[in-house]
Design a protein. Structure first.
Length: 349
């Protein structure tokens, strides 16, 4: 379900509206007053949120197994596990139309930068030219066979790929027609990477291993030979997402809640864990905007004007019963959109 909250006063987030349950929602992306939701079972959903109190479903586009949606203007790029890349014209939201596609099975994530789409399957990176959305062309591929890619972060001429194994993959994409696998890296104590955030020459990786969950800090100055800087453990058994801002790493740690780690001096000694913040339900996503940190765990709002000392300003329990849990969060202006699933029997909606 898509929920809209007013954040005019962070101490008292107010539920403005919701659209009712949806099945197997995977990601949410906002462009202006339009929200795009990718669902594994019901495809791409398009909502008009010009009136946040009444998010209105204005259009749908059937897909087989949508994993991720990113909009650039009125063009929506959808990563579909079975169909590959779908490029959809949402100029008329009530009648979204397929502009083009690129067929590839097993697509799980994408990032659009300019006219270039970077798309991953579990074992490959695809670089596509979307200058003409109706005629998507393949620029180049990079085979990462043996890996289990889960997410992508493109920065400049490099693509950083988080993976179950070999954990971190770095690809030089400076020449899109000939991407070069520069390195695969698996620190001895690492487990399964689930999220990645890169700042300058440092990669922060959310990692879950046997007996460890937390953030691993990797020096990627020399991309052919990454080196371990440091790590910090967090409570609980999983690290879901990591977001880095102003010297602080904010880690959504599932049932372990939110953990804040000081990464300003990550070369020297152990990373200081500044605090852990229990959340009512599993912390699954984090997003920062306008001096506030929003955590998808129900909805938790923290003042991070002092980045290393977040202060809980307000919270709102998202609708649902025993197994209810917010999955993703994004912010536009003073409205926070939360992607939530609800279940009384363990089945997601």
């Amino acid at each position: 379900m898509l929920l809209a909250y007013a954040a005019l006063c962070a101490a008292y987030p107010i539920l403005l509206g919701d659209n009712g349950p949806m099945s197997d929602t995977k990601s949410v992306h906002c462009e202006g007053t339009v929200v795009y939701v990718a669902s594994q079972t019901t495809g791409l959903k398009i909502f008009d949120v010009s009136s946040p109190a009444s998010p209105a479903l204005v259009g749908t586009f059937d897909t087989q197994d949508a994993q991720k949606a990113q909009a650039v203007g009125n063009i929506v790029y959808v990563a579909d596990y079975l169909d590959g890349l779908l490029v959809i014209d949402a100029t008329t939201p009530a009648a979204p139309a397929l502009l083009g596609s690129y067929t590839s099975s097993g697509v799980i994530d994408l990032q659009v930068t300019g006219n270039t789409v970077y798309m991953i399957t579990s074992g490959s990176l695809y670089i596509l030219d979307a200058t003409t959305p109706s005629a998507i062309t393949l620029l180049g591929t990079c085979d990462t066979s043996g890996s289990s890619l889960v997410s992508i972060f493109v920065s400049g001429t490099l693509a950083y790929l988080a993976s179950g194994k070999p954990w971190l993959v770095i690809v030089d994409v400076s020449t899109p027609s000939a991407p070069i696998l520069k390195t695969t890296y698996h620190p001895s104590l690492s487990g399964t990477a689930s999220g990645i955030y890169v700042v300058d020459n440092t990669a922060f990786v959310a990692d879950t291993a046997i007996g460890f969950a937390g953030v691993q800090v990797i020096n990627v100055t020399d991309i052919t030979s990454p080196s371990f800087f440091n790590s910090a453990a967090i409570p609980g058994n999983t690290a879901e997402r990591v977001y880095v801002n102003a010297g602080a790493a904010y880690i959504a740690g599932g049932l372990g809640g939110l953990t804040v780690v000081n990464v300003t001096e990550y070369v020297f000694g152990s990373l200081p864990v500044l605090g852990t913040y229990p959340t009512p339900k599993s912390a699954m996503g984090v997003y920062a905007a306008g001096g506030y940190l929003y955590v998808a765990a129900t909805l938790q709002v923290y003042d991070v004007s002092s980045a290393l000392n977040p202060v809980l300003k307000g919270s709102y329990d998202t609708p649902g019963a025993l197994y209810c849990n917010a999955r993703d969060v994004t912010v536009v202006g003073m409205v926070v959109y939360v992607l939530d699933y609800v279940s009384t029997d363990g089945k997601m909606q």
